[in-house]
Design a protein around this ligand. Structure first.
Ligand SMILES: [Zn+2]
Length: 45
């Protein structure tokens, strides 16, 4: 799975969850979560 903003690969945890989050069903990596506010992410999607 790749981040919807920066296209970096997002790793899965052993529980098959992603290391990151979903916003509007799109995967977002932890770096982009740190870099951007939720409003900024929504604009970029
Ligand atoms: Zn990212």
């Amino acid at each position: 799975m790749k981040c919807a903003i920066c296209s970096e690969k997002i790793e899965n945890t052993f529980l098959n969850k992603i290391v990151g989050t979903f916003i509007k069903k799109k995967p977002i990596c932890p770096e982009c979560q740190k870099k951007y506010s939720k409003e900024e992410i929504l604009k970029k999607l």
